[in-house]
Design a protein around this ligand. Structure first.
Ligand code: NZQ
Ligand code: ZN
Length: 392
């Protein structure tokens, strides 16, 4: 087991009606003027935004609102948010929504508290020294951004999608009421389940030593998400299934399922970020579409992990060669994706990519990872292109 830091400062308030505690929590963390940041309008339609502003009004907390964070959130809105916060003297951010609203809020927080262009952080040019304090009311279980150190933003100019990680961006509190996720379209629920699984799998498929307790937690989490994702296909209003998935989403990306490993692989995510940047696809669906091609490309270089995954997570019989078992595990996960109506290639994702597009994405991906990345197998530009081609 490698050395590790485990830092999860976010206070979690989980369960029914927990959004009613938002004003007390903002006060607890010193907020006096709040920017409420949200997405394309689902929180308006569901009435959640109104309930939140009513609660703040009642508690005498001043606020301004900014909606419009789109999936694959845009840098231009981040700039707008930074300006608004400065003009209004905002000292606390409240993201109401999913990963996109949360990530956009984190970027606004970096922009307000640091000099210069906030994109520099996403462009790996310098490190943030602070962020505005952030609270979250989560409406979709997916990215884990409510407890993660990460924020992913798309710069419209050049369609560059990049992530930035910093402990300063970790939320002070995360309110998680599984009932708030019941209005999600089925597709988004399935995208979320895929993303949750993938955050643990990126940490699981490594060549990075022994970490038995972490592996056991990771495998349990993956089995739990699969079981409940299938329940939600049949009954989207199942509270317990929503709750299992929601908590799994946070645990999957707060560092827990990677403690003691070598940092993980993360290449499925890096490849997907290129798809999201260029074609604006839903993140979870993009991951499902690319994973099988990635797995078949790398599994021989990470055979013990793929074998273990097949047996312990996918329930494959431990008979036959290691390679046969590993391949059966990959097939079984693709069959699961199909059962929850996720795509397993670019065509099913609705992406008709030209050779030029694939070459461009592979190039941008290689630049984004400084030449090479991956623990299951170290991938360079030519490998990335081969995986994109195999995923068509
Ligand atoms: O925008 P609104 O109108 O709110 O609609 C959203 C959006 O269309 C809708 N939605 C959310 N909650 C809903 C709802 N619709 C009805 N009822 C509800 N309760 O669902 C759609 C997706 O929302 P979004 O916030 O975009 O989803 P998600 O949480 O999957 O976030 C995706 C973004 O996060 C990034 C992704 O790359 C993508 O840009 N990621 C962020 C990470 C992080 N910060 O740690 C890690 C991830 O790997 C990921 O890269
Ligand atoms: Zn993800």
């Amino acid at each position: 087991m490698f050395n590790f830091n485990y830092y999860t400062p976010t206070k979690v308030i989980f369960g029914r009606k927990t959004e009613e505690k938002v004003a007390d929590l903002i006060k607890e963390f010193g907020g006096t003027k709040v920017l409420i940041h949200y997405g394309g309008g689902s929180v308006v339609r569901s009435g959640l935004l109104q309930r939140v502003t009513d609660t703040l009004d009642k508690a005498g907390i001043a606020y301004v609102t900014l909606g419009g964070a789109v999936p694959n959130p845009h840098l231009s809105l981040v700039y707008e948010g930074i300006e608004l916060c400065r003009k209004e003297g905002v000292d606390f951010l409240l993201a109401v929504g999913g990963g996109s609203a949360i990530d956009s809020a984190k970027a606004i927080g970096y922009g307000v508290t640091n000099e210069g262009d906030v994109w520099d952080f996403y462009d790996y040019k310098r490190q943030a020294k602070a962020c505005l304090p952030l609270g979250v009311i989560l409406t979709i279980a997916a990215t884990g951004s409510e407890m993660s150190d990460s924020s992913v933003i798309t710069k419209e100019d050049g369609l560059v999608k990049r992530g930035y990680s910093s402990d300063f961006g970790r939320a002070k509190f995360a309110i998680m009421n599984p009932e708030l996720t019941m209005t999600l379209p089925d597709y988004q629920t399935a995208c979320g389940c895929t993303d949750i699984m993938m955050h643990t799998m990126e940490r699981y498929f490594t060549n990075g030593g022994n970490m038995e307790i972490t592996d056991s937690m990771a495998e349990g989490l993956l089995r739990t998400v699969m079981t409940n994702a299938e329940i939600l296909v049949k009954n989207p209003k199942d509270y317990d299934a929503r709750a299992e998935v929601m908590w799994a989403g946070s645990l999957s990306h707060n560092g827990l399922t990677g403690c003691g490993n070598d940092g993980g692989d993360w290449m499925t995510h890096k490849l997907e970020h290129e798809l999201g940047g260029l074609y604006d696809v839903a993140h979870g669906a993009g991951l499902a579409a690319i994973w099988g091609s990635w797995a078949r490309y790398v599994y021989k270089d990470c055979l013990p992990r793929f074998r273990r995954f097949a047996i312990n997570v996918m329930g494959v019989e431990p008979a036959g060669s290691d390679e046969e078992i590993a391949l059966k595990g990959i097939e079984a996960l693709e069959a699961f994706f199909r059962r929850i109506n996720m795509p397993i290639n670019l065509r099913e994702l609705g992406v008709n990519a030209t050779d030029e597009d694939l070459a461009l994405m592979a190039h941008k991906c290689a630049v984004g990872v400084n030449g090479a990345k991956g623990s299951a197998k170290l991938l360079r530009e030519a490998d990335m292109l081969a995986i994109f081609k195999a995923s068509r």
